[in-house]
Design a protein around this ligand. Structure first.
Ligand SMILES: [Ca+2]
Ligand SMILES: [Ca+2]
Ligand SMILES: [Ca+2]
Ligand SMILES: [Ca+2]
Length: 267
């Protein structure tokens, strides 16, 4: 897929290319080098305001969406020649807090770019042409603390799952109607969804340490404190994702198995 180490770019050099607007030296071969791909992935996976995605029609290079602090989301194409901005959104309401990419129609392939902003709005754009597919109503929410996407019900399209004004809210990924608002309030700043106990029902996992049932949004388990960051990953291969949690900056990794309601020890 990537020819290894065709051109060498340091991390600083690649970032510099982007910041300068992407005037790279012309290269005969357009495909992203292995080193470029690694550098791009590293940054995009660690920065909440960046998300990377592949060109949906099989073109060369990689794309990344970045939410910049003056209130737009932009898409930059990166290939062996450097970086080039190919799209810029209209001025958004508020400043982007997080940009993610997602499969909204549920066919297994990513198709949408999502952004939540400081003014409590969510925007969704198509990866195919960057049409605005949906934006939440102005003033509907004051604060959207975090969001993700997952399939929370029987229909094939995925839902947007967010903590909006401290309540869990699901938005349908096909018609963008609101499908659920929790009664209880939660103060999480990160949310992930998965069947973490293997009962074939998806749970909502919050970085406040609460694991919620997806139908009722009632707490199933909250015995443990999680650190600031959480991700779900099946790292022992039993088919059930564990909760991996760490603090940004320093401190240890903790891994929780929600099925056994206990920390997993790797020794
Ligand atoms: Ca899709
Ligand atoms: Ca669904
Ligand atoms: Ca479950
Ligand atoms: Ca597992």
């Amino acid at each position: 897929m990537f020819s290894r180490i065709i051109y060498r770019f340091s991390a600083a050099g690649l970032l510099g290319l982007f910041l300068l607007g992407g005037v790279g030296a012309a290269r005969a071969q357009d495909e992203l080098s292995y080193a470029q791909y690694r550098t791009l992935s590293w940054a995009a996976d660690r920065i909440n305001h960046m998300a990377k995605f592949e060109p949906i029609h099989g073109e060369t290079g990689m794309l990344f969406a970045i939410g910049e602090r003056f209130g737009t989301v932009q898409v930059v194409k990166m290939d062996s020649r450097g970086a080039q901005r190919i799209w810029k959104s209209n001025q958004l309401s508020g400043v982007p807090d997080e940009v993610i990419t997602a499969d909204m129609d549920g066919d297994g392939l990513e198709d949408s770019i999502l952004c939540r902003t400081s003014s409590g709005k969510v925007y969704v754009w198509s990866m195919d042409g960057y049409d605005l597919l949906w934006e939440s109503l102005t003033g509907e929410y004051t604060k959207i603390s975090c969001f993700t996407t997952a399939n929370m019900d029987e229909d094939v399209p995925n839902e947007i799952v967010m903590v909006a004004d401290d309540r869990i809210v699901y938005i349908d990924g096909a018609n963008y109607s609101k499908q659920f608002t929790s009664i209880d309030e939660y103060q999480a700043t990160q949310v992930r969804c998965g069947d973490v106990d293997g009962d074939d029902r998806i749970e909502i996992v919050l970085n406040t340490g609460q694991v919620l049932d997806s139908v009722s949004a009632i707490v199933e388990w909250e015995d443990q404190t999680f650190f600031g960051k959480i991700e779900l990953l099946d790292i022992d291969g039993d088919g059930i994702p564990e909760v991996l949690t760490e603090n940004p900056g320093d401190g240890p990794l903790k891994v929780f198995d929600v099925d056994f309601k206990a920390e997993v020890r790797f020794q």
